[in-house]
Design a protein around this ligand. Structure first.
Ligand SMILES: NC(=O)c1ccc[n+]([C@@H]2O[C@H](COP(=O)([O-])OP(=O)(O)OC[C@H]3O[C@@H](n4cnc5c(N)ncnc54)[C@H](OP(=O)(O)O)[C@@H]3O)[C@@H](O)[C@H]2O)c1
Length: 304
């Protein structure tokens, strides 16, 4: 019999591992303490049963000191399409989640929304002191369209500001939702959208060379909530993803054509993207730039 006090078990249980940090959700068991402090002592009472051995419930307790790291993340844009999927996936894995976005809590209610701390704020003016204390990772979904200047500001500058705030506060990890380049010709990549994204990426990877994560999805599908309505992007995205996978051998020679990825880049489900982010939060061996296929692999690691 093994009893573990003050902990919450995640995942299918294999032999509990007390090695330093578990690398990936979730073939291994992970422990999430229900309260601080960060270094926790696990009291494990063990007894052994086998042929001729009587189970002894009063066997002695062994103290195991393990570095069990509770995760607390800030999602910038947690009420958006991608941000809300990330918040939902993260809380379901026992991660503490704070969202920062201008309009605060989403207008709809769902049980997971009560498990997120909603801080209304603009990333350019927010008081980071109130946001970043004890945070183990910042996840940025900031981005959008508009005039060239607006796109540069929200895709680029907003993230530069947030990366530097996180770095100054000693937040150990920054995860950026960026975008695939669709192998577009360079003159199209010079728009404020892509220029901003690449600026944000280089800020993340230069300030966080060993723990910065940049995910580059193409079209993201799922159910997008807009003004009380749900747009079922999955009705297009899911079959398209299957079709592109099935025809990969035929279409791959076309991929060298400029802009062909506008049609051929596989879409990513918003739930898979969220799982890849959760994986990035907990796995310290995961860092750098992630392509569409690598995002899907990272998501599959969590699904297992
Ligand atoms: N959707 C796709 O198919 C797709 C594909 C590839 C890449 N991406 C990238 O994925 C990211 C997320 O996309 P999305 O579709 O989820 O966008 P979205 O639904 O528009 O969400 C954007 C979020 O950012 C928040 N926000 C905007 N300006 C802010 C500011 N100044 N301060 C604080 N929060 C701010 C918004 O909330 P408030 O308005 O309340 O502030 C919202 O929560 C973007 O970077 C996008 O470029 C999306």
């Amino acid at each position: 019999m093994v009893s573990v006090s003050n902990m919450r078990f995640m995942s299918t249980l294999t032999t509990p591992s007390f090695s330093n940090r578990t690398s990936l959700l979730f073939p291994k068991a992970r422990f999430y303490p229900l309260s601080q402090p960060r270094i926790n002592m696990a009291h494990i009472r063990c007894s052994y049963s086998g042929a001729g051995v009587v189970d002894d419930i009063n066997s002695s307790t062994i103290d195991v000191v393990a570095d069990i790291k509770p995760e607390r993340i800030v999602v910038l844009g947690g009420n958006g399409f991608v941000g809300s999927a990330i918040c939902k996936a993260a809380v379901s894995k026992g991660i503490e989640v704070i969202s920062v976005n201008r309009s605060g809590r989403p207008s709809y209610s769902d049980p997971w929304t009560d498990q997120v701390t909603w801080i209304p704020g603009d990333v350019f003016y927010v008081n980071w002191d109130e946001v970043l204390g004890g945070v183990t990772a910042v996840v940025s979904t900031l981005g959008g369209f508009g005039s060239d200047d607006q796109m540069l500001r929200i895709n680029g500058e907003a993230n530069v500001v947030a990366v530097n705030a996180a770095k100054d506060f000693g937040v150990p990890k920054y995860i950026l939702i960026s975008v695939h380049d669709y192998n577009l010709p360079s003159f199209l990549l010079s728009s404020g959208y892509f220029t901003g994204k690449r600026k944000a990426e280089s800020e993340v990877l230069s300030k966080y060379p060993r723990s910065g994560i940049v995910l580059r999805p193409a079209f993201i599908y799922g159910k997008r909530k807009v003004d009380g309505f749900e747009i079922p992007l999955d009705l297009i995205g899911e079959p398209l993803e299957r079709l592109l996978r099935a025809t990969e051998n035929v279409t791959s020679p076309l991929k060298s054509l400029p802009g062909s990825d506008l049609l051929l880049a596989p879409p990513v489900s918003v739930d898979d993207l969220a799982l890849a982010v959760v994986n990035a939060v907990v796995d310290d061996d995961m860092f750098g730039l992630f392509t569409i296929e690598q995002i899907k692999k990272a998501a599959a690691g969590v699904k297992v």
